[in-house]
Design a binder for this molecule. Structure first.
Ligand code: ZN
Length: 246
């Protein structure tokens, strides 16, 4: 049987599906992955989002943070993979999305139940007074940014920097989902980032069927994947969603 049809049948016969997504799903939205030859880290030194560098060099970090995450990422729109996942949630198949991405594209596509494992760029947090601000309403006119409430230069994007731990409750919720799901759809993630890569592994251990959508094979492909769809995410969801329209 065709792998797309096989994956669709598994989803149709499931009780609880989780979509687990990484940078690869947003590439077709124009967001480069961090890693790899065309990745962000081929162009930028990642230290600007290292927490100790950030604390010592607030202004220099913010020059790059604004350029990469707000001037550029801010314009990205969801693609057919984000939209397909949102539709599967609406149809009652997908229960939760666990994403490693910080780009808010699942929510923009219409997904309601999203666990942001690495936080989000769409919120800014003041490390001094704890206030939170929506990035789209925040003025980046005067750099580096000052907190509008306490006036301290201590504004940080609310995503996980290098050297920081995974936020709660995202961490426990993601592993809980891995325990409860009977189908796990892994999309656009190479499985190299720890501890996120343990989430699909936990799902497999608890008996979930693993569907993987990746244009090239990953750390999951020959270890835990049951159905491997070797396609870019958008293309795969175009084909997959047709199976739900007959
Ligand atoms: Zn503040």
């Amino acid at each position: 049987m065709d792998l797309i049809t096989k994956a669709a049948n598994v989803i149709k016969n499931s009780k609880r599906v989780c979509a687990f997504t990484g940078a690869g799903i947003s590439v077709e939205s124009g967001i480069p992955p961090f890693r790899g030859a065309n990745g962000l880290w081929a162009k930028y030194d990642p230290s600007f989002i290292d927490i100790s560098f950030f604390e010592e060099h607030y202004e220099r970090s913010w020059e790059k943070i604004k350029e990469v995450f707000y001037d550029f990422f801010g314009k990205a729109q969801p693609n057919h993979a984000h939209l397909g996942i949102a539709e599967l949630e609406k149809m009652g198949y997908i229960k939760t999305v666990v994403t490693q991405n910080i780009d808010n594209l699942h929510q923009l596509a219409g997904s309601k139940n999203v666990i942001e494992y690495h936080g989000t760029a769409s919120t800014l947090l003041c490390l001094s007074c704890g206030s939170k601000f929506k990035a789209e309403e925040f003025s980046f006119k005067n750099m580096p940014p000052k907190c509008p409430h306490c006036k301290n230069k201590s504004i940080k994007p609310d995503f996980v920097f290098y050297g920081e731990g995974i936020p709660e409750p995202a961490n426990s919720l993601a592993f809980k989902e891995a325990e409860l799901s009977d189908v796990f759809i892994v999309v656009g993630t190479t499985g190299e980032v720890m501890p996120a890569c343990y989430i699909p592994m936990m799902a497999k251990q608890r008996g979930a069927t693993i569907i993987e959508i990746n244009p090239s094979s990953s750390a999951f492909t020959n270890s835990i994947t049951d159905i491997y769809i070797k396609l870019p995410a958008g293309e795969a969801f175009d084909a997959l969603m047709k199976e739900f329209k007959n």
